[in-house]
Design a protein around this ligand. Sequence first.
Ligand SMILES: *Cc1c(COP(=O)(O)O)cnc(C)c1O
Length: 396
Amino acid sequence: MIQSVIQQELVSKKFLPFAVPDIDEDDIAAVIGSMRSGWITTGPKTKEFEEKFAAYLGGNVEAIAVNSATSGLHLALEACGVKPGDEVIVPTLTFTATAEVVCYLGAHPVFTDCDPNNLNIDINQIESKITSKTRAIIIVHFGGLPCDMDKILAIAKQYNLRVIEDAAHTLPSKINNVLIGQHDSDAIVYSFYATKTITTGEGGMVVTKNPEIAKRCKIMRLHGISRDAFDRYVSTSPSWYYEVVAPGYKYNLSDMASSLGISQLAKVDLFHKKRSSMAKRYIEELGDLPLRLPPNVKNPVTDVHSWHLFVINILVESGVARDEFILRMSKAGIGTSVHFIPLHIQPYWKEQYNLQSGDFPNAMHYYSGAVSLPLYTKMTDDDQSRVIETIRNILT
Ligand SMILES: *Cc1c(COP(=O)(O)O)cnc(C)c1O
């Protein structure tokens, strides 16, 4: 009975999903081309995707394609020498992948609250989290708003820590005229999951300027097989010969996915232009309502927000609770989401590390009113008008 009422509502008002990938005929042709070529696993298309991705970031980096950002983060930490018992500082306001990869290596994530002004890791709290066991920091550019990399890299240098950027949201964010991907972090890891700013269905990229890290990631992404050993012997040995130098992983990206990546990468600036103008419209047309707009870049001349996410906060004075807001949006046929449920209140992390809500007041305050609005290139102006009108109706 209730089910059929809900179904009727969904049929009567066309449902606007929270996110839809932007796949056009060129993308489809690229994937079909790869399927017809006779080479579908990692091969020439993956090499081309890596080269074009590195070139997009400025050319002086190496890019290593992987089958997800999660596997990329794992490889990056492994290449940085993270060992059992080590500690890695991570934000609490992120997706669980950022923290789980630390556990893959037997190390421990050390959760840190966010800065209420930008929702990124609170840089002022990093030093208080450092112990003799701290090996690395993973930062997240939340929603695509870049972290202050100069400050983070300075702290890391002072305490001899490795820095990995979870850049799942950042293509193409910039700070102080420097593209995320170009800083001297040990590794920068991108995601091409279906909802991200470009997609390969599933996929990711590890970017680094450090040749040692690049070499280790390449070996470990494919069963610990050393290309160097392979290349050294290939001329004098039969073609079946290879050498295993470590118990590696199976994290390579297929040529079918890479073909989609090449085609999507060609549109990244176009996509970004559209996302930016949609964000601008939300900012202009929602600003007078009892909600907090997402934090924006400090300097609009030198900094760029990728607008992967558009996170608003429903203020208490609106008289509408966050959960009710989401329910009413959904009844009006509009999908929303919440980024993120802070990790320190997730059952596993909370129990494993005995975490207290009160220790992360900024993330908790943000989370209580947080809603992510639909913002993607497939949305039309009319779709966005509908979202804006619905929010106005609910909040006024
Ligand atoms: C999406 C996401 C990931 C994981 O990306 P996958 O490619 O799905 O592994 C990691 N961190 C953050 C912050 C993300 O949003």
